[in-house]
Design a protein around this ligand. Structure first.
Ligand SMILES: Cc1cc2nc3c(=O)[nH]c(=O)nc-3n(C[C@H](O)[C@H](O)[C@H](O)COP(=O)(O)OP(=O)(O)OC[C@H]3O[C@@H](n4cnc5c(N)ncnc54)[C@H](O)[C@@H]3O)c2cc1C
Length: 452
């Protein structure tokens, strides 16, 4: 059965670029676009910016190349620009560990950049405001008005009603690929990852947890950085946990016990995972997953309380407002980054950034601790003239995606698409006709690093 909605006249607003989604990539995209002087609309369904970077993760992977795993390889900061500015702003508020060198587990990542998730939201909000972005929080992007291969406008909905935002250029940073899907882009839904809802756990002692893991000889990841205003404190910790009752319990609820923190008595992220039977775009299955994950959160804290010294008074201090996805829709773009491109450290004629981290290191890692390039073509939506995407919705190959999906890569992609979309709007050209030298110059001015 269907109910036929009657047509409505919507209020119209005009912008140079509309960015959908103020998450990991979208914040950076909107700031980058606004800094060119363009008039930017940023549409976000939640009441704060940040997305999965403040809800799902452990640490920001990674600003650096994997130098520690390769004796003789030079230490290089690979992602800079606006992503680094966010970390600098967090540091001013004691909201980050800084780029703390990994002392154990450095064949995975050479640094641990841990964040205060709440301060990240504020810092991102302030940067958007300072850049002059027109920010629309609690506003959902609900549709696209298209004319052939061109998007004319998007429809958005909030408690202020339905509106249409017109613009010559659009950026989809919704993670789910909502704008691309509404605009008729090709996509698939691989459902190749578990969904998660991570918790912040209070009333715990990182030091006692460390002693416990050390006593069992099972510390696998360890890093010291800035915590509660003091340097040289534990900021990242992971290990195979004993006793077996804990390990079995953790396995049953999909709990990953790696944690980071920037505060005393707090684990910033403990992740609970759940493999859905369908793609997370299925509302009814997602509802079941939301409930299951909340049950798992309580069990996780019970396990810590019962088995881990220093955690007897553990409690849930933060949850994500809804489940976090690692992949929703995979949007078809003009180029698809392959695993070979990543592992061989391949660069392209239309590179918009360099990146040097793989989530499966040391099993899969970029050749010689180097970098590979993200080409603009991998962010350009096939069949649509004025839409760019950034974030978790690119890269078909699961193992290649295990690199491109990481936060710092998404942030770098955000700077690229924001800058490119604003240039397209200014020049009045389609994304495929944007002169690359102009984009490259603008990105270099914005502090983007391109070296192999
Ligand atoms: C559990 C988990 C743990 C992870 N751990 C790490 C880690 O330790 N380190 C790391 O580097 N990476 C990690 N990742 C990966 C990384 O966090 C994500 O891939 C990355 O943050 C995705 O960024 P994004 O910009 O694509 O999406 P998001 O950050 O999710 O941004 C999407 C934004 O769009 C908004 N939105 C969605 N639909 C609409 C709509 N229709 N209208 C308006 N707004 C909309 C959302 O509310 C959100 O704010 C993890 C991911 C998960 C899920």
């Amino acid at each position: 059965m269907h109910y036929e909605e009657s047509g409505k006249k919507l209020p119209v607003r005009q912008f140079d670029v509309v960015v959908a989604g103020a998450g990991t990539a979208g914040v950076v995209a909107a700031v980058a676009a606004a800094r060119t002087g363009a008039k930017i609309a940023l549409v976000e369904v939640k009441g704060y910016p940040g997305g999965v970077v403040v809800e799902g993760g452990t640490a920001l992977h990674s600003f650096y190349n994997l130098w520690k795993g390769f004796p003789g390889v030079e230490k290089r900061q690979v992602v800079r620009g606006i992503a680094q500015e966010i970390v600098d702003r967090l540091a001013e508020r004691e909201g980050t560990s800084g780029h703390a060198e990994m002392l154990k587990g450095y064949d995975y990542d050479s640094v641990c950049t841990a964040i205060d998730t709440e301060l990240y939201k504020l810092v991102a909000f302030e940067m958007l405001e300072e850049a002059g972005v027109h920010i629309f929080m609690n506003t959902m992007l609900t549709g696209a008005v298209t004319d052939g291969s061109q998007i004319q406008a998007v429809t958005v909905e909030s408690r202020s009603g339905r509106e249409a935002f017109f613009a010559p250029a659009f950026v989809d940073c919704t993670g789910y690929g909502d704008l691309a899907a509404h605009a008729g882009a090709e996509f698939t839904e691989p459902n190749d990852y578990a969904v998660a809802n991570s918790i912040g756990v209070g009333g715990v002692s990182m030091e006692k947890y460390h002693e416990f893991l050390t006593a069992h000889g099972t510390v696998t990841e360890y890093s010291e950085g800035r915590r509660s205003g003091k340097d040289g404190r534990i900021v990242r910790l992971s290990g195979h946990l004993m006793p077996s009752e804990f390990t079995a319990g953790a396995g049953a609820i999909g709990m990953a016990v790696v944690t980071t923190t920037v505060h005393d008595d707090y684990f910033m992220f403990i992740k609970l995972n759940f493999q859905m039977p369908t793609s997370p775009t299925n509302r009814d299955e997602a509802t079941k997953a939301e409930l299951e994950l909340r049950r798992r959160q309580v069990k996780a804290v019970e396990l810590f309380r019962k088995h881990v010294p220093g955690c007897e008074k553990a409690f849930i201090a933060r949850t994500s407002p809804s489940l976090c996805i690692r992949r929703g829709r995979l949007i078809t773009c003009d180029y698809d980054i392959s695993l070979d491109d990543v592992l061989e450290g391949r660069h392209f004629d239309d590179d918009v950034m360099a990146y040097g981290f793989h989530d499966c290191a040391p099993s899969l890692q970029i050749k010689d601790g180097g970098t590979y390039g993200i080409p603009l073509a991998s962010l350009r939506v096939t069949g649509i003239d004025n839409l760019l995407v950034a974030g978790m919705m690119i890269t078909a190959d699961h193992d290649a995606h295990m690199s491109t999906r990481n936060t710092v890569c998404c942030m770098g992609q955000g700077q690229a698409v924001g800058t490119a979309a604003a240039l397209c709007a200014k020049l009045g050209c389609a994304t495929r006709d944007l002169p690359y030298p102009q984009l490259r110059t603008a990105l270099q001015r914005g502090g983007v690093y391109f070296e192999k």
